[in-house]
Design a protein around this ligand. Structure first.
Ligand SMILES: C[S@@+](CC[C@H](N)C(=O)[O-])C[C@H]1O[C@@H](n2cnc3c(N)ncnc32)[C@H](O)[C@@H]1O
Length: 269
């Protein structure tokens, strides 16, 4: 999938966003379920395993027995087993790619596992295809981000927890500045910034709209935007949702393990 045709301001217009959303959906729908052998042969298998480990830790830390889970952009249901191990009570998965939702349904029903190696999932599930982040009447990225967080906030019950993962903006900018040109990467990924960022300077007063192209072998090829963690944190706090860093001390006080941002280091190339 190539997202570059939607670059610049035009990308922010609703019509372009819809076209891009369709491209994302088509890209992921076209990727069929891999066999175990194909998966192990993937050039990014170690990265996949690392991502899965991080998500497993987060789910084990924050999900409680009987919880209702809304999995935004659930894909093919790669996290179903993790939620099962956390003994959740109910699961709703939504993804923009119809094909992925079909694969997720197959996986949930156990039809993908011809050897019936695992027992059925213990929780009831609803699987829906749709755009989790569609926002009408707001053209700028900050309004979109606010709206997305408002949607999440309105769906959380009091005391509910929002779990998410995102790339570390500081690492991306550090690597960009260390690179000779506007691109860096290795044999499995590359990140490319447009010429408008040739000075490699980003105003802290306007942290939105810093777009780059991300390519990950065997997985992704599309534009993404830098999200500085402090900006995300203040937007989340506008919704009255304390971030985990706020909760961290109380968790530490109780002697429980807690994964903080500082505990996560980047994987060098
Ligand atoms: C990298 S995959 C992750 C899938 C899954 N969460 C997992 O960890 O296995 C990203 C997923 O986001 C979905 N996606 C992208 N944009 C979306 C949107 N606007 N609404 C819903 N899903 C979206 C894609 O279809 C894809 O399945």
């Amino acid at each position: 999938m190539e997202g570059g045709g939607n670059g610049g301001d035009a990308f922010l217009e609703d019509e372009s966003t819809k076209i891009f959303a369709k491209k994302v959906a088509d890209h992921y729908s076209a990727r069929t379920n891999q066999t175990l052998e194909e998966r192990e042969a993937s050039p990014i298998i170690h990265l996949k395993k690392l991502n899965n480990w991080i998500k497993s830790v987060l789910i084990q830390l924050y999900a409680k027995r009987g919880d209702a889970v809304l999995d935004l952009a659930c894909g093919k249901g790669g996290d179903l087993i993790k939620w099962d191990k956390a003994k959740i009570g109910y699961y709703v998965g939504i993804d923009i790619a119809d094909g992925s939702i079909e694969d997720c349904r197959t996986r949930y029903n156990g039809d993908a596992d011809h050897h019936q190696r695992r027992k059925k999932f213990t929780f009831p599930a609803r699987l829906l295809s749709g755009d989790c982040f569609e926002v009408t009447n707001s053209v700028d990225l900050i309004s979109r981000a606010r709206r997305a967080l408002a949607n999440v906030s309105s769906l959380l019950r009091p005391g509910g927890i929002f779990i998410g993962t995102m790339p570390d903006a500081n690492v991306i900018v550090k690597k960009l500045r260390a690179a000779e040109g506007l691109a860096f990467g290795n044999s499995v990924y590359w990140i490319h910034f447009d010429d408008e960022f040739s000075e490699k300077k980003f105003k802290s007063s306007s942290p939105f709209g810093i777009k780059y192209k991300f390519h990950l072998e065997d997985a992704v090829d599309c534009p993404e935007w830098i999200v500085p963690f402090h900006v995300f944190k203040s937007l989340a706090e506008e919704r009255g949702q304390p971030t985990e860093q706020n909760r961290a001390n109380s968790r530490r006080d109780k002697g429980k393990m807690h994964l903080e941002k500082e505990d996560i280091t980047f994987i060098g190339s």
